[in-house]
Design a protein around this ligand. Structure first.
Ligand code: KQY
Length: 291
């Protein structure tokens, strides 16, 4: 399948499940795919590249290959900008979903209504901002915060007050501490420390083919590196590793405690992926099983 870029989380479908009782004591899963609108994370002026015509076809193609019902959506939304707990709560960031480069004609309440209608959620928790340096996506939540299970979240954190991410982590912590989820639970917040600041080298910037269609990749840019950008597979947590031994190991420790029934698998060399602005979660998409 042709596409403009590899970030399937964002250009691919978001699968949703309707669990209905088919007969006494038996539940049937009906799976469908939401086909969101997409504008390369901000449109021709502010986005990552100027031609996203192939990306726009990705979700439709996958949904049709899978022979699933397709729910087309006109709002601009990438899968990496939302996380749900499966019990009615959605996590997102104001920095991204309320950004004028996505849906300037919609109010916060109108966006909430679309999320409720399409994702089947009842409550949206708005974190003000995403990870420091996540400029490609305007602060996707999938680099900032995610669910371990309903009521328990992992938050991208730093203890270093001189790091510009500190303020972002602290404000998200405060919002989460003062919120309850769709089922009135208080959140347990697990801090997942980010790696020490990583910057694009000149060699790395020179290694990117820069043809004028994409946002320039500049040496010395802070990389949007976060261990929250992992993928939950059946039985495994696939987690990025950035070559920072202290924080790589700490992330594996925290994730192993958070997901005791999963094996935590390290993807060494995730630095190579983050050079393009995302990580493991951004290039993957889970699909629920159909009966
Ligand atoms: O965060 C994601 N879900 C995707 C990252 C995309 C970066 C585009 N350059």
């Amino acid at each position: 399948m042709s596409m403009n870029d590899s970030w399937f989380r964002d250009s691919g479908p978001t699968f949703v499940v309707n669990k209905s009782k088919s007969s006494p004591g038996k539940t049937t899963n009906k799976v469908a795919g939401i086909d969101w609108n997409f504008n390369s994370w901000g449109g021709a002026e502010d986005g990552c590249y100027t031609d996203w015509s192939l990306d726009l076809l990705v979700a439709k193609k996958i949904i049709s290959v899978e022979r699933l019902p397709r729910f087309p959506q006109s709002i601009i939304l990438e899968g990496g900008s939302i996380h749900v707990d499966g019990e009615g709560t959605c996590l997102t960031t104001e920095e991204c979903l309320l950004n004028k480069n996505r849906n300037p004609h919609l109010t916060k309440v109108q966006i909430e209504d679309e999320l409720k209608a399409y994702l089947g959620v009842k409550k949206i928790i708005w974190l003000p901002r995403g990870l420091y340096g996540d400029d490609d996506t305007n602060g996707h939540v999938d680099n900032m915060c995610c669910f371990v299970k309903p009521g328990v979240v992992l938050l991208s954190w730093t203890d270093d007050k001189s790091d510009p991410h500190y303020e972002r982590g602290a404000e998200a912590f405060s919002v989460l501490s003062n919120s309850t989820d769709a089922n009135s639970r208080k959140f347990e917040i697990i801090k997942l420390h980010i790696p020490g600041p990583l910057f694009m080298t000149q060699e790395e910037a020179d290694g990117v083919i820069q043809d004028g269609n994409g946002k320039p990749r500049l040496a010395s840019t802070r990389l949007a590196a976060s261990y929250v950008n992992f993928y939950i597979a059946n039985g495994a947590i696939i987690t990025p590793q950035f070559g920072d031994k202290k924080w790589d190991d700490e992330a594996v420790r925290v994730l192993s405690l958070a997901f005791p029934d999963h094996e935590v698998v390290r993807i060494e060399g995730a630095r190579e992926i983050v050079l393009a602005g995302g990580n493991i979660h951004c290039i993957t998409q889970q699909q629920p099983a159909c009966p």
